[in-house]
Design a protein around this ligand. Structure first.
Ligand SMILES: [Zn+2]
Ligand SMILES: [Zn+2]
Length: 254
């Protein structure tokens, strides 16, 4: 499995990008950074996007990915999210004010909508293009679900934004051949109160989550807030767990 990390931060500037991951060049998880880091042709190869939650740093590029689809002779883009997240996306984003509902508009290239929605029942595994997809709720400020993906005999887990959580770790521990877990550490340890209040992790609470994970796979901290990235990195290293890593904006082969 190839994991292209387009954005590994919970904030953005010229050198740091919002959350966005691409697996094997066609399955994306979150859309904070997709169009801004992919060529028009690369965007056309994206067949599906799973959205963990509708916070702006996770969906910023989604309207533009859909818009570009309008002039591409490719299959419709399938957008996955848990049911409660979908309700918020439709109410607040694809509501005809913030952005059109492109599922209701036919493309001039093939007379079909450029996007289709798949609202997932929490905990229920589905199969799409031979990929097993299971949305699992996590603990954030608003409805949010991470995702378990099974691709060609390998499993990968993305929590998206979360504070301390349980269910997704129980599921992770039952998965076969987990090659990576991508979770978060947004704030340094001296801002634990802010992390708790905003339902995020610090390196300390990331370390507590690690204890709940029994699989022997790298566990990556993503979603660092820019001014604190060096502090967070050293605090993750100080956990002295060889599975604990900081997620970098680069290509991983897993
Ligand atoms: Zn976020
Ligand atoms: Zn969030």
């Amino acid at each position: 499995m190839r994991l292209k990390v387009l954005g590994a931060y919970g904030a953005s500037d010229a050198e740091h990008n919002l959350t966005g991951y691409l697996i094997d060049d066609w399955f994306a998880v979150d859309a904070g950074t997709l169009t801004s880091k992919l060529s028009f042709a690369q965007q056309g190869r994206v067949q599906a996007v799973f959205i963990t939650h509708p916070h702006a740093d996770h969906i910023r590029d989604l309207p533009h990915l859909i818009q570009n689809r309008f002039s591409q002779p490719t299959q419709p883009l399938t957008i996955f999210a848990s049911k409660d997240v979908f309700e918020l996306l439709m109410r607040d984003v694809f509501n005809g004010v913030h952005w059109p509902d492109f599922a209701a508009i036919a493309s001039p290239t093939n007379n079909k909508p450029v996007v289709q929605y798949r609202a997932l029942t929490a905990g229920k595994r589905i199969v799409y293009n031979d990929v097993g997809i299971t949305a699992v709720p996590v603990d954030h400020q608003i409805p949010a679900s991470g995702v378990l993906l099974e691709i060609a005999g390998q499993s990968i887990v993305f929590t998206g934004d979360t504070g301390p959580t349980q269910e997704i770790w129980k599921r992770t521990n039952k998965m076969q051949n987990v090659v990576a877990v991508v979770t978060e550490a947004s704030f340094p340890n001296d801002q634990q109160q802010l992390a708790d209040e905003t339902a995020h992790l610090s390196p300390n609470t990331f370390g507590e989550e690690l204890k709940k994970i029994t699989v022997d796979a790298p566990v990556y901290a993503s979603h660092r807030k820019i001014p604190f990235e060096r502090d967070i990195e050293s605090q993750i290293r100080n956990l002295r767990d060889r599975r604990a890593r900081v997620l970098l904006e680069k290509n991983y082969t897993l």
